[in-house]
Write a protein that binds this ligand. Structure first.
Ligand SMILES: N[C@@H](CCC(=O)N[C@@H](CS)C(=O)NCC(=O)O)C(=O)O
Length: 230
């Protein structure tokens, strides 16, 4: 009995590492909360220090400490969580529909979040980005949003009638695209290209776990901005 108990404890003991301002961290955190997976959190900031690289080879967050070792890349974390704790499922059962869900996540991250990220320094952190970067990013975001119109269902969730990991991703990334384009171009690209996103994001924000992630994010912002810079 004791061995069974210990094994159970070990396999369920995971720590999400990163900080609650990070959209990728919050994507995984929302998935964990929605699946009722027990986890702890450790505050870790991105860094190129050896001790961080030893756990996250690119020095990025989030990463996940598990009883078998450490995993990095948020989508890998999402897949590991879904495979390890299948219930309640946050992907559809049907393999094609599952792929559709992953397609949405890939699309939002590759074609919206990553281009928008090139502008975050100026949009959120008091720095400046070049006019050249601003010129390059605008058409990329427009193209990414035009194609998201074709992929997103909003019925009422982004992949259909059930809440999925794609909602965890959309809910953390799309508001950043909105805020970035408002700040840099004085236009809200998400609102312009995807007007249905506003009501959809509000629907997700009303979920108790999303409210917890959001409250933690607001509290963490202050700590992040006043952290010692090395
Ligand atoms: N593809 C990565 C992206 C993670 C990422 O960019 N995290 C940011 C924080 S939101 C980070 O660690 N940035 C520091 C860096 O790029 O060095 C993932 O999905 O986990």
């Amino acid at each position: 009995m004791i061995i069974v108990f210990l094994e159970h404890e070990l396999t369920t003991s995971i720590t999400l590492c990163g900080f609650a301002v990070s959209n990728y961290y919050n994507k995984v955190k929302l998935s964990l909360l929605e699946k009722n997976v027990p986890f702890t959190e450790a505050v870790v900031y991105p860094s190129q220090k050896e001790e961080i690289l030893a756990e996250s080879p690119m020095g990025k967050v989030p990463f996940l400490r598990t009883h078998k070792g450490v995993l990095s890349e948020s989508q890998v974390l999402t897949e590991f969580i879904e495979d390890s704790w299948p219930e309640p499922p946050l992907y559809p059962r049907d393999t094609f529909d599952r792929a559709r869900c992953r397609e949405l996540i890939e699309h939002i991250e590759l074609h919206l979040e990553l281009p928008a990220r090139r502008l975050y320094l100026e949009a959120f952190f008091g720095g400046t980005v070049s006019d050249e970067a601003k010129k390059e990013v605008a058409p990329l975001l427009e193209k990414g949003l035009r194609s998201l119109v074709r992929l997103a269902r909003f019925s009422p969730f982004i992949a259909g009638d059930a809440f999925t990991h794609a909602d965890c991703a959309a809910w953390v990334h799309l508001p950043l695209v909105s805020q970035t384009t408002r700040k840099i171009y004085e236009r809200d690209f998400v609102d312009e290209f995807l007007p249905r996103a506003k009501a959809y994001l509000k629907l997700i924000s009303e979920r108790p776990h999303a409210q917890k992630v959001n409250a933690d994010r607001k509290a963490a912002m202050e700590a992040y901005m006043s952290r010692p810079k090395k």
